[in-house]
Write a protein that binds this ligand. Structure first.
Ligand code: NAI
Ligand code: MG
Length: 358
């Protein structure tokens, strides 16, 4: 039997609460399949660790993680530790160190999911946003000159390499070709006269190799408007790190809310482990109350199953989430229910069993 070794970084706030439910579902899928199993190793890294040890993760943290088949992450960040420390010293260290240059964020309105848009059919919100995850606006390049003085200047430089831009765009074309869907590039060439003009050029160049893929190109401001007004325009979407970050929160809002949005950080070459996480943060406002919605963490577990080649199980887990949302009897408060995090996890778990038995 195949054993997948998973490094679990539950992190801060609601991270551990929602990850526990995702683990429950992964174990149940494995048990039902009879073909694979999971072996989870927990790492105590995050803001609490930082407060005790002065660092977000061990110095050799990446070496400790390198041998795992995947990383399952809750959320990091907590009041008392500056957000740029928690983000850079853990999340971005892993994403960059393991060359997880593809960020996959499904924006799909599942059955039973709440949608704030009027007059949209469920089928019209069904896209996959492929966000560049290794450079761009989040490259961390820049300078801070003359701090606190009158002539103070800060520079935050976007870094768009040919290699980095080509590989994400090529990845997106491959996904579009394999799925027979359209591919939309989102950029901002009119205002960002170097980086985004370059991005558009590469999108057109690589596209010559994919004459079978139907494409579109939007400016990010117009795209934001169409996400809300005509989401059916988008199927596969490729965009830069910053634009992808913002657009996928907007996407999360139209497809069920932050409690339901998942993301995968992929190293396509599989040289390093990939990382799966709900896209929400540690939600300090509700942490410790047992009311966080675990469905985003469960969806990211479904992405992990897909990544391991068990797309059938990935789909079953999504169907189990849908069953629970359609029933509407066991939901957390953010979805209008009164249930706890673990009650929702248990409901998904039994829905999964019922789907397989029926
Ligand atoms: P957040 O996503 O933690 O919370 C935003 C709002 O959504 C809050 O009202 C929260 O209660 C709600 N919410 C989020 N997830 C929920 C869930 N599963 N169920 C029910 N409600 C949920 O974002 P915020 O407040 O901006 O950040 C809090 C901390 O999390 C910060 O330290 C931030 O840096 C960190 N963060 C970490 C991320 C990560 O580790 N990937 C991503 C985003 C933020
Ligand atoms: Mg974000």
């Amino acid at each position: 039997m195949k054993t997948y070794r998973i490094a679990v970084i539950s992190g801060d706030g609601i991270g551990p609460e929602v990850i526990a439910e995702g683990v429950k579902i992964l174990d149940r899928a494995a048990e039902l399949s009879g073909k694979f199993r999971f072996d989870f190793t927990y790492f105590p890294w995050g803001c609490e660790y930082y407060v005790k040890h002065g660092k977000m993760m061990d110095e050799d943290g990446l070496a400790q993680l390198a041998g795992f088949d995947a990383i399952y992450l809750g959320a990091v960040g907590y009041p008392g530790v500056p957000d740029h420390v928690s983000l850079w010293d853990l999340l971005l260290t892993i994403r960059k160190g393991f060359d997880q240059y593809v960020n996959l964020r499904p924006i799909q309105l599942l059955r039973g999911a709440p949608c704030p848009l009027a007059d949209v059919s469920r089928e019209s919100i069904d896209m996959l946003v492929i966000r560049e995850n290794s450079e761009g606006e989040y490259a961390g390049a820049g300078d801070w000159l003359f701090p606190g003085q009158e002539n103070e200047v800060v520079l935050q430089t976007g870094v768009f390499s040919r290699k980095g831009t080509e590989r994400i765009i090529r990845y997106a074309y491959e996904v579009a070709r394999a799925s027979g869907k359209t591919l939309t590039s989102i950029s901002k060439g009119n205002a960002l006269n170097y980086s985004m003009v370059f991005w558009d050029q590469i999108f057109a160049q690589v596209g010559k190799e994919y004459p079978d893929v139907e494409t579109a190109s939007y400016l990010v401001d117009a795209a934001s408007m169409f996400f809300v007004k005509e989401p059916e325009r988008f199927q596969i979407v490729v965009t830069s790190n910053l634009f992808g970050d913002i657009l996928t929160d907007l996407g999360a809002a139209i497809a069920g809310g932050m409690g339901l949005a998942a993301g995968a950080n992929i190293n396509p070459e599989r040289k390093y482990p990939s990382m799966f996480e709900p896209i929400h943060g540690s939600a300090p406002d509700i942490a410790g109350k047992g009311i966080a919605n675990p469905l985003a963490a469960v969806w990211s577990a479904s992405q992990m199953l897909d990544f391991f080649g068990h797309e059938d199980w990935g789909r079953q887990v999504l169907s189990a989430i849908e069953e629970v949302m359609v029933q509407k009897t066991v939901l957390t408060p953010d979805m209008g229910g009164t249930s706890t995090t673990s009650e929702v996890g248990d409901a998904v778990r039994s829905a999964l069993g019922n789907l397989i038995r029926s």
